[in-house]
Design a protein around this ligand. Sequence first.
Ligand SMILES: C[S@@+](CC[C@H](N)C(=O)[O-])C[C@H]1O[C@@H](n2cnc3c(N)ncnc32)[C@H](O)[C@@H]1O
Ligand code: SF4
Length: 432
Amino acid sequence: MLLPNHVFILYTLLRALSVIVANIKVETQDFASLRSNQTQDFASLHQNQTMLSLYLHIPFCQHRCSYCDFNTYTSLGDLQEVYARALADEVAAVAGNERRPVQTIFFGGGTPSLMSAASLDHILQAVHTHFDVAAAAEISMECNPGTISAAYFAQLRQLGINRLSFGVQSVVASELQLLGRTHTHDTVVTAVRLAQQAGFDDFNLDLIYGVPGQTLPSWETSVRTLLDLAPTHLSLYCLTVEPGTPMQSYIRTGKITPPDPDLAADQYELACQLMAEAGYDHYEISNWCKPGRECQHNLTYWRNGDYLGLGAGAHGHADGIRYHVVKQPRTYIKRIATPAATTFPLSPAVKAQYSLDQADQISDTVITQLRLLNEGLDMTAFEQRFGRTPQAHFGDTLTQLLDWEMVAIHDHQLRLTEKGVFLSNQVFHRLI
Ligand SMILES: C[S@@+](CC[C@H](N)C(=O)[O-])C[C@H]1O[C@@H](n2cnc3c(N)ncnc32)[C@H](O)[C@@H]1O
Ligand code: SF4
């Protein structure tokens, strides 16, 4: 058993490993005038537990990045139109006869910005026909910086897309090259300027730290350079070396040195400091935003709310069921075209579903809500839902975490402390 005086030794040793938990990638949505009312709108929408979020997966890329194991394909570009029709059909199949309310829509990938505006329009029309999309809904789309134009952004605005997320990863040419990215930093600057000119005032930039060869100064350059672009939101992910990727083989064959977890921890710490100085709110372990600009779609995941996952390989969670859709786009298209009787939230393309027992629900609730650094775990809601308090459920484990100041309780919210953020995977392991 751990004694309290061991915690600080553990803190130093595990701090490096723990940043990995900062890296849970979420599958990864003229609005300006609505924005001041929007926070309030979303707050009241959140009260309504029947509100849904929709994740729509677009599994196409022009090029496979060396670190990426997402469900995406570089040789299936000719399927895009037929895929968009299948996705629209899946939307209709899942909805059935009920027009359920939707608060966020997120086109993730892959590279959604490879989809023609006509295909995106077809999908969104199906969503509006079969779901009751809130007037202030957040509609996000992931974009690769090199895949867009001013005309394309203008079309996205007309479709009602009001938030963009750009995969930047680094501003340093040698790092971009190792990551297998095909854009340069100039491409990013152009993409951001064009997006702003088209009226997108809400956009996220993704960066990756813990990259082999990346130094603390080069990471600082990436963070500072992106801050100069004044994004409303930044997601900073620690590199995960995924099995079967070129990145893993570069490391295995000694072509590059493995990532240094201690350096990654220093990079995370530095980023926390730079973001705070620039006025960004660190609202989730890997995510920062300007006040009021949280990603509402991802908040649904972290609040353990209901979301539908549509498209090849997508994951969903609604009405106490977790499920995932078949991964291969051709199989997906065939499955959607084959009539099958399904009930909400499932579609004919669902490959597997799991009903969550209470232990699963408690684990999900804890590890998702604790990621939210301002909100944390709602202890009152926990007790109402599971029939006992977190203290009664977690007993000595929670008492120890409180004693070790890895978590703290404020106004019936259980939250990670600053120390707990660095050791969050340790906290999660103990609680689940
Ligand atoms: C699935 S990608 C979609 C965005 C878009 N396709 C792009 O890459 O520009 C979403 C984000 O996940 C992050 N990501 C993907 N694989 C990762 C890995 N192995 N380790 C850390 N972050 C990763 C990247 O920051 C990426 O921007
Ligand atoms: S562009 Fe994005 S989704 Fe496509 S391979 Fe690269 S990281 Fe993965």
